[in-house]
Design a protein around this ligand. Sequence first.
Ligand code: ATR
Length: 297
Amino acid sequence: MKVSNTSANTSENTSATNTADSAADPACYAVFGNPIAQSKSPDIHLMFAAQTDQNIHYSKILVEVDQFVTAADKFFGEGGQGLNITMPFKLDAYNYAHELSDRARTAGAVNTLAKQSDGVIIGDNTDGIGMVSDITQRLGWVVRDRRVLVLGAGGAVRGVLLPLIEQAPKSLLVANRTASKAEDLAQKLADYGELSACGYEQLDGSQFDVIINGTSASLGGALPALPASCIHSKTCVYDMVYSKTSTPFLDWSGDQGATQLSDGLGMLVGQAAESFFIWRKVRPEVAPVLAFLQEQA
Ligand code: ATR
């Protein structure tokens, strides 16, 4: 396990059973990923901790791709209390957890591990709730009773479908370049609520109130081949990725007349807030942290 860019390494003699609330003994958390240098998680969690007066230590840890279990065992063995998990380890974390939340199970991925006082490690997934709270609370967009379209059928989309279903949209459609993958997803989630699936070409002529891009297309500067008919001037468009400027999908949506556009920076802070709540049982404020990150961008 390599530790990169940490303010201090995980303490060798921190006990897993201590209360870790005294000034001398902060509770240890970290994010595992590869790459990890770009991660904003330490900044976010340390801002949450300052806000809520929590004594924590948070590091970012670069884990070799085949070393997840060794690194996690070491972290928890040395007294670590919780981990955030980013690419490419969300499935490893899913398999590592002793118990899974419903949202982790439906997502098939874990982004938060929390060690309980009895030693049991719970796996959760806060990505979806982070996105839904960003959309409904910060942006004030309505999902309930609206026609919602989600683009993509990879891990990012799997993580957000259950929290979206729970918002009771009028319809929820997953569209993917490879239609069969969207159909598989819809089948897997059929027990949780109404969800349909299709390829992009079948969207021609349909309109939506909320469109969420969960493909990785933006990361490569590409666009999902969505028919322009899907967007009207009141369509709210969300891209799960974030970037210093705009994203190709948000630019394209704006060109089609959409005025309510957001990237996924608020989702990043929202999922972190939910992880922080799982670990510390205190709900931090998202807005000032998001404002700080937006200023930095
Ligand atoms: P992640 O875990 O980030 O979701 P993933 O599991 O590799 O990554 O999934 C990537 C998603 O982005 C898939 O839905 C993929 O579509 P396919 O299943 O058809 O491959 C989608 N995607 C990637 N590049 C795309 C592009 N240029 N246009 C449309 N969809 C794209």
